[in-house]
Write a protein that binds this ligand. Structure first.
Ligand code: ASP
Length: 308
């Protein structure tokens, strides 16, 4: 049995070797490694899985390569509306925010919702008012500006499409997430996203919906998803995996396999997830061409990958 372990993702999608330069590939891999090392350090020093997933996700939110925090995509109004969630498998406490702008690290705001309120999900202006009351530093739009994202949005506006992070040919879901298992045997999960480019009408995806894009339960597993959110919500992907383990006695691997490769695919859902169980087993399944992903078990070296 592994004493502690951590996995991260930076989104799934049409990730094929010819679509990514080797320089870009290295940048993605080093960001994933940095996130894993930050989480591993916490776990080595007897820190909690909750602290480890928050730290790992914050690093990915601060990296403009991913569709979360600093790199969040543009919505139809030319702004950034972010969603995030965090869950503690020990007592199923959880917190989430949806449709928030100006927040540098939405995952930390989600954690504040969990720890400082009696609620689970705060949205939009209310969530931002809560952030101010909690002395979160608010960022201006300039902080989130990225010319690549801006170009994506311009293309989406011309075609009138609501896009998953990138064009159709190069479809990517750049959401970020982490799951961890600590020395005390506690599981935690966290996910953060900018959602879909050119999204309208306050669209919210699976990320902040507990049981859909994010879930943790010490009796079963911790899960963080990435992909076309609507399908993950219809299938309640994260909770479905936990249920197969709890009620049917499936292993983490079998539960992930049936949900990602069969149930999700059957309704047209594309994407993947990272999962960890209460023995420290890790699964990183996806039904898209690739998924930015990585894991580390105990004190060993971190491992990262992009393609199948
Ligand atoms: N699942 C996210 C959403 O639908 C997108 C992603 O994974 O990149 O909002």
């Amino acid at each position: 049995m592994t004493k502690f372990a951590l996995a991260v993702h930076g989104g799934a999608g049409t990730l094929l070797p010819h679509l990514l330069t080797s320089e870009k590939e290295l940048l993605y891999k080093s960001a994933l490694k940095e996130a894993l090392l930050a989480g591993q350090k916490i776990l080595i020093n007897n820190g909690s899985s909750l602290d480890a997933v928050e730290a790992a996700v914050k690093i990915l939110e601060d990296c403009p390569l991913f569709n979360a925090g600093k790199g969040a995509v543009f919505n139809a109004a030319g702004r950034h509306e972010m969603d995030a969630a965090i869950m503690n498998g020990l007592d199923k406490s959880c917190g989430a925010v949806a449709g928030v702008s100006s927040i540098r690290n939405p995952v930390s705001l989600a954690r504040a919702v969990m720890e400082k309120t009696e609620h689970v999900l705060l949205i939009g202006k209310g969530a931002e008012d809560f952030a101010k009351a909690q002395n979160f530093t608010l960022e201006t739009d300039d902080y989130f500006f990225d010319s690549f994202r801006f170009e994506q949005w311009q293309q989406a506006r011309v075609s009138g499409k609501i896009q998953l992070d990138h064009t159709e040919e190069d479809k990517k879901f750049g959401t970020v997430g982490a799951v961890a298992f600590d020395k005390k045997g506690n599981l935690a999960a966290a996910t953060s996203t900018g959602g879909m480019t050119n999204k309208k009408f306050g669209r919210v995806g699976d990320t902040p919906i507990i049981g859909a894009g994010t879930y943790a339960n010490n009796q079963t597993c911790a899960i963080s998803c990435t992909g076309h959110g609507e399908f993950f919500m219809k299938q309640l992907v994260a909770y479905d995996i936990s249920c197969l383990m709890e009620y049917k006695g499936y292993s983490l691997e079998d539960a992930c396999d049936i949900v990602v490769q069969k149930k999700l695919k059957d309704i047209g859902g594309e994407g993947g997830l990272i999962a960890i169980d209460s023995k420290g087993n890790i699964c990183l399944p996806f039904n898209s061409a690739g998924m930015y992903r990585g894991f580390v078990k105990g004190n060993s070296e971190v491992e990262v990958a992009i393609y199948k």
